[in-house]
Design a protein around this ligand. Sequence first.
Ligand SMILES: Nc1nc2c(ncn2[C@@H]2O[C@H](COP(=O)(O)OP(=O)(O)OP(=O)(O)O)[C@@H](O)[C@H]2O)c(=O)[nH]1
Ligand SMILES: [Mg+2]
Length: 302
Amino acid sequence: MSEMQHKAGFVNIVGNPNVGKSTLVNTLVREKLSIVTSKPQTTRHRIHALLSDENYQMVISDTPGIIETPSYKMQASMNKHAYSAFEDADVILFVTDIFDVYTGEENIFSLFVKAETPVLLIINKIDIDKTEQATEKAEQLSSFFPFTKTYFISAKEKTNTDELLSDIVTYLPVHPPYYPKDELSDKPERFFVSEIIRENILKQYRQEVPYSCEVVVHRFKEEEKHGAPLLMIYADIYVDRKSQKPIIIGHRGESIKKLGIASRTALEEFFQNHVFLDLNVKIKENWRDDDKMLQHFGYENN
Ligand SMILES: Nc1nc2c(ncn2[C@@H]2O[C@H](COP(=O)(O)OP(=O)(O)OP(=O)(O)O)[C@@H](O)[C@H]2O)c(=O)[nH]1
Ligand SMILES: [Mg+2]
């Protein structure tokens, strides 16, 4: 009897901003690893979420939504992260929804051709879409590229995602696991801390303000208080204009206090631990176009 061979591979998720890529990653791995908000351009980095079973390991990449015309170096770097997902994929998940518009001229379709891997077309948000529209969308997109298979899902409601998951396994090559089986991500804890705070900034503040923010965790330490573990977290929020600092802080510090409470609650949920959180606001003018700052904030590697 031949032994069941272990499979492992890279499952890379691509698509426009706000179509539900991060929601799908979280649904597939059954953990909230990637931040999700109603605003486009939430994800800025490429995030590897790991899903392991006895017989397989998926390295699922969430990527930033592709920005057609980047206006900051930061966005150019986000695109670089997104495009890198075409290079090492074993299977590509192209996520879209019925609101998403493609003409067929987009660069992404030639990248699918070049990738030479199966590309699955995922029409998301069927919980709110009329089936007819979703079907029309799928037909239109299929005329731009011969997708391996089409799925109509709701990442949010977990509709048809089990079927998708078991299909993905069939596309994985025979390979030993890339990471220890009990790991959930290749990103360090500090990364998730800054993402969770950034998620709450995106949820709380309006217009350009959240997009001008970057969060840096400069101290992350487990201590004990009254015999119970306590995570001590100190983070700086960088804004790219002077005028944004008082907005983050708010009248008598009310806004940052609210942000602190929401972030701490989310962090406690994530780490299943008590958290002490200290937030400070710093100004770094035009950091989104500053190579040195971008490197410092981790945009250049990975
Ligand atoms: N109704 C519905 N909403 C969804 C579904 N999936 C995602 N959303 C919502 O769509 C919005 C964007 O979801 P994200 O997962 O952040 O989208 P994304 O593609 O990762 O976005 P970027 O990181 O900005 O590129 C959020 O408000 C989600 O709650 C779905 O299946 N149904
Ligand atoms: Mg995202």
